[in-house]
Design a protein around this ligand. Sequence first.
Ligand SMILES: Cc1cc2nc3c(=O)[nH]c(=O)nc-3n(C[C@H](O)[C@H](O)[C@H](O)COP(=O)(O)OP(=O)(O)OC[C@H]3O[C@@H](n4cnc5c(N)ncnc54)[C@H](O)[C@@H]3O)c2cc1C
Length: 424
Amino acid sequence: MASLNEPPIEKINASFATTETLPARELRVHIIGAGPVGLLLTALLQSMEGFSVRLYEKRPKYVRTRMVKLSSYLVADSLESYQADHIDGESIQAIFDDEELQAGLAFRQSIPLDLMSLLRKWVQGFCPLNTIEQSLSDLIDARASNSVQRIVAVMTAEEAVAMLEPGDLLIDCTGSNSLLRDYLATGSALGHVGANTLNIRLEYALVITFLYGQKYDCNEYCKYSKNIENPHYKFIPMVHRTHYDGSVSHVTGIVNITAKEYAAMPSRFDGELLRGNFPSVAQSMDRFIDKIKQETNGEILGDLEIVRIPLDLYRARNATSRQWRTAGPGDHPFVSSPVFLAGDSAIGSPYFQSISLGFECAMFLAGLIAQRDLPLRDMLDRYELYTYKQWLRVYMRSKMIKHNKDLFETIDDPLALLDKLHIY
Ligand SMILES: Cc1cc2nc3c(=O)[nH]c(=O)nc-3n(C[C@H](O)[C@H](O)[C@H](O)COP(=O)(O)OP(=O)(O)OC[C@H]3O[C@@H](n4cnc5c(N)ncnc54)[C@H](O)[C@@H]3O)c2cc1C
């Protein structure tokens, strides 16, 4: 078995012929991680001819309860609807060519109806992550095709390398703590945490979710008026982050906290712990909730659910094994078996956009892999370029959201507000 930590040889790999394509035989694709992105990719490849997929997942059951929002661009059928988001519509035009966008729309048209109808349902509103994972998992299991083999295992990087046969494809969908990200850049720091990662920490936040027994919706005016007595710890429900299911509103929002507060908090907790240990944050939440109650005469159902998270914006500098093919030891498995990162293992973004971004990249990757006569080098280059463009898009959107949020948080203090404005 080749070692992952072999020092790379700085040479152009002779075996990297520019015309080399994927083998003509049935292609073995190893997908590690059956979270939303690994599952979507599996479902896409399952419906195409010529692939046998091995899907590895360490969790025996899907139990993540958090509510998530998917973007409507995932089911867009025109350039207009793809660019409908008012924050990133213009960035999309600046970064992508119309031809590229049209190709993405055409791929959506080819997605089988069983899968597309799920996506259409999920983009309507707010949905439990568990439902997305379970529905995709059930769909894969229920389809007549038996081209997917599911394996419950905690994979290690060494095992992932050892199972590769020449021509196999390996796709790492293991999330933000990606199994293979730091092995994709050859160099002296190979395998070290962060060796292939650019990370920008935007802030620390509490994600606070609660259920409310009346219809409640929030826009920017509501965010302002309900926080008017909160000089700090403003609770900011995300756009479209409230969802009324007929009797209950699901509300999720974020509260900015300091690094010190982050370090002092458990990773998940409830309202009681918040009130006992972080009273200033709790008072701010209570004032916000009281105003909702005054307006709509409802009650909170149950308790607050609180998760503390660092809001990181990051990307893998290499989202494929391209470097191994040009500068790595010629006999390493990554030379003859291309590796791709998809989902949070490739790009991470805060403000509730990551699943959509991961799905978008998964669709592009499935479309690339389906082109069996495409030279491998082009496939790797095109995926690198595509993920880089998606990164630029989400980078700009996230920075804009963060900037707007910073302004909002000082809206009642004109001098502090002016400090944050750099007009030109
Ligand atoms: C509180 C909170 C709220 C969020 N809300 C939203 C939202 O509204 N919208 C949105 O788009 N995003 C949201 N996100 C982010 C979203 O959950 C992630 O972007 C998404 O889950 C990433 O999907 P993924 O498939 O790439 O990775 P993951 O969901 O992390 O899945 C990775 C999978 O790989 C498996 N795995 C990992 N390592 C191994 C291994 N060694 N061997 C085998 N299996 C392994 C894991 O068990 C897991 O199933 C939220 C995140 C948080 C924390």
